[in-house]
Structure formats: C-alpha cells, structure tokens
Design a protein around this ligand. Sequence first.
Ligand SMILES: Cc1cc2nc3c(=O)[nH]c(=O)nc-3n(C[C@H](O)[C@H](O)[C@H](O)COP(=O)(O)OP(=O)(O)OC[C@H]3O[C@@H](n4cnc5c(N)ncnc54)[C@H](O)[C@@H]3O)c2cc1C
Length: 477
Amino acid sequence: MRAMVWFRVDLRVSDNTALCTAAALATRGVVGLFVVDPTNWRRHDWAPVKVDFVLRSVTALRDELARLKIPLLVRTAAHHRDAPGVVLAAARDAGCDAVVFGREYELHETARDERVETLCAEARVLCRRVHDVCAVNPGEVLTQSETPYTVFTPFKRQWISEVERRGGVVLHATPAVQAETGVASEPLPTAADVGFASSVPAALWPAGERAAQSRLAEFCRAAIAGYKERRNFPGEAGTSKLSPHLAVGTISPRQCVLAAQAANGGALASTREGPTHWISEVVWREFYKHILFHFPRVCRGRAFKPATEAIAWSDDAGAFEAWKAGRTGVPIVDAAMRALVVEGWMHNRLRMITAMYLTKDLLIDWRLGERWFMQNLIDGDLSQNNGGWQWSASTGTDAAPYFRIFNPVTQSERFDPNGVFIRRWVPELADLHDEHVHDPSTLPGLLRSVVNYPHPIVDRAGVKDRVLAAFKGLGGG
Ligand SMILES: Cc1cc2nc3c(=O)[nH]c(=O)nc-3n(C[C@H](O)[C@H](O)[C@H](O)COP(=O)(O)OP(=O)(O)OC[C@H]3O[C@@H](n4cnc5c(N)ncnc54)[C@H](O)[C@@H]3O)c2cc1C
C-alpha cells in the first residue's frame, strides 16, 4: 500500500496523527499533498499575512518531509468545489491506494471532506479522517449526561481529569524514513502569486515547525514562570505568540501542554501559577474547538445565544471605519487597531478591549468586527475568533455578562500604565505625560488643539445606558 497524507492545518512532521496513520498503513512509501485553494481562502476571509505564513510553513514542511523520503505534491484547486477531485487526481498520479488527513470541524470543510470520502470510495481508494487539532478530541469531554459543556471552568476540570485518566498527553513518534516512491516534490507558489500579497514583513513571523519549537522552548525558558503576572500587558513580551503556529499546525497542542507540564514539575495544574495558567489558555483553545464541533451553527454567523439575534445594532458606517483605521480617539483602541494592520497580530487583552469597544461603546454588530479581524490576523481561526467575539459581545458561550462593560481608558491605565504600547503605535501622543496619554481629551484646551489626534467619537457617559437598553428584555443575557 502507498498512502497519501493531505496536509491542511497540521503542517509538521512531529506528532502528526495523519502522517503517523499513513506511515503505519504504507508498505510502498508515503506521499504528501498540499492543495492551494485561493477561492476557499477568500470566502473564509483569510488574511494575506496568514496565506503567506501558511505557504512559508508548507515550504519548511517540504524540507522536513524530504528527510523522511516523503515527496510533497502541490496542487491548485481552480475553485473550492474542485478540491475533492484535485485530491483524488493527485492520489492517482502518485499511485496511492490510501488518502489520510486530519479533521477540520468547520461546516464547509466537513462537506468538502465528505465529498473526498465519497470520491475515494467510488475509486476504491481507502480514506481515513483522523482527529488531530486538539489534545483531547471533540466528543471526549462531556458532562455526566453526555452533553457538551458550554461553560469553560467545568469543561477545563473535566478536560484535566480526562487527560489524567489517560495517564497524560501522549505524542506520536515522527515516522521513520519511508520507502522510495520515485515521485518528485512540486514547487510552491508565493502568497503574491495566488493573489494574497502581504505587507507584513515575513521576518516578524518565522514559519515552520522548527521556528515553532524554538519559540515554545524560549517561552518555557524565559517567560512561562511569570506568565500569570505579565500576560495582560501588551507592552511586554509576556505571552508565547504561538497562536499562528497553533492555527496552522506547525506545532500541536499536545506538544505545548507537555512542554508546559515539564515547566510545571510534571503537573497539569499546580501551585506554579505561570505554567498552570498557560495550560489553561491552551484549554480555552480546545474549548472553542469543541464548541464549534458540537454547535456548528457558529460557522453560519449565528449568535450562540439565539435571543441576542434581536439586538438592534448601530449602522454607523463612519464609526466602524474609524475603528478599523485606529481613529476613534481612544488611544489604547487606536494603538491596537493600527498594530493589527501592520503586524497581523493583536495581544489578547487588546482583542478583548477593541472587541468590547466595537460591540458596546459603538454598539456595532460583532460579526463586522469578527470579519475585520479574520481579514487581518495571521492566526485567524474561525472557532477562536468567533469564540472571542461572541464572548466580548455577550452573545456567546460563557460570555462576558452584558452589563459588565470594559472602560477602555481604565483598561489602558491598568494594562499599559506608562503608555509604552500607545506611544509606539500612536506617535501623535508620544510626547504626552502619562496622565493624559490614555485619554488626551483631558488635556487643557490649548494643548488639546495642538495635538493632531481625533476627539473621542463616542461619549462614554451614555454607553452603559445604551447597552442596557439594547440587551433589555432579550432574556439571553
Ligand atoms: C475578539 C477575539 C478574537 C480572537 N481571535 C483569535 C483567532 O482568530 N485565533 C486565535 O488563535 N486566537 C484568537 N483569540 C484568542 C487570543 O487572543 C489569542 O489566541 C492570543 O492572543 C494569542 O497569543 P499568544 O499565542 O501569545 O497566547 P498565549 O497567551 O501564549 O496562550 C497560548 C495559546 O493559548 C490559546 N489562547 C490564549 N488565549 C486564548 C483565548 N482567550 N481564547 C482561546 N485561546 C486562547 C492560543 O492558542 C494561544 O496561542 C481571540 C480573542 C478575542 C478576544
């Protein structure tokens, strides 16, 4: 048997479930496949920076596979509808009797993969879909009555006890060198070649599994111990920045959990607050993956709490444009939004502040913000982005209660106390004293007029009342 591995969101050779499954089946070698699918990427709002990161990661993967004598075919789907046929044709070209791939849980991807299964069955090619993107697979963390959890803390408790019951997280061994296939690897296009030219410098985001492993090792060496104290300060390098790697699978969550456990004296939860807290964040990622698996309606842009569909969102296009451009007059929001466009990434505290600001202060539909984030994030991932947006908008699972509204100025004073992050991204405010940098509208009149920075576009005094009125009587808060 010769087996083909279709790589999608598992762009690595270590701890790769599909690759190991294929190697176990194969007697006549393993062949890799990557499908370039620009129309699918466009309909899902993939950011150019994400496409660039993916393609650079696939290039690194091709080199790793070559060491195992596994060639990588690179095929393009002219339209996303064609992808299943492209996969089967590639398998045939390479003389493969089996196709193996890791599962993606989103609706479109599930439909596509079911079509691949049908085509394979018709062609008498073995097709195996395997779970890979979580340390504990969806469907394996359930309540006593076998229903999915919709609240994080009990989910996490059950996730930990499930891992402990299994004796810990286990990695797949990297397969041995495979039998020669005589199949040659194929060249990869660049992001610009397929219409996704990115303005974010590639050097900011080294790609591939070696880059991911060294980032994890460095984070565990230098920052994980202080993670709990430093994780909320965007001006500091307090978090791992592994989210792009987790999104495209250049690292697995199992590898992350094991590394954090090693920094935690072997435990998943203990008194070492840094690693314990970091593992918790990785479990948040699993929580949102499980939510999407059990409630695929979140892929359809529906609110998790159906009652909140009735909210009368504002259609203030000017305010939305100001938010996107970083011109709201709230420095922490503007700094974060400008950083997003330039670097393709945003710190978690800032994602919460900017999402709350859009959905509460401006009362603009979370779906618009979700889309803008997706169009700009290197780590854009439907389950995580949707989970984060619905949390912030108070429409989701275990969401922020609608009456607990972040004050962005207070958040700024607390988490960017010296305005380090603001000054970096809003240079107009670089020379202001700390007492004014979070809210330049407090400057005395004359000074205010010489600072070339917008007045706040919304009057905060009325925010709470407007939000309470919008959510009043919905029954979903
Ligand atoms: C509105 C909004 C949108 C978001 N969109 C995305 C997205 O598209 N893709 C994405 O990967 N994350 C998203 N997040 C979650 C989170 O902001 C990022 O995962 C985090 O900022 C990544 O930085 P890091 O790798 O340094 O995280 P670390 O703090 O080092 O955490 C390690 C890993 O844990 C996971 N994680 C951390 N925080 C969260 C969280 N709050 N929710 C879920 N998982 C978490 C991530 O996989 C992260 O890489 C979003 C959050 C919000 C509030």
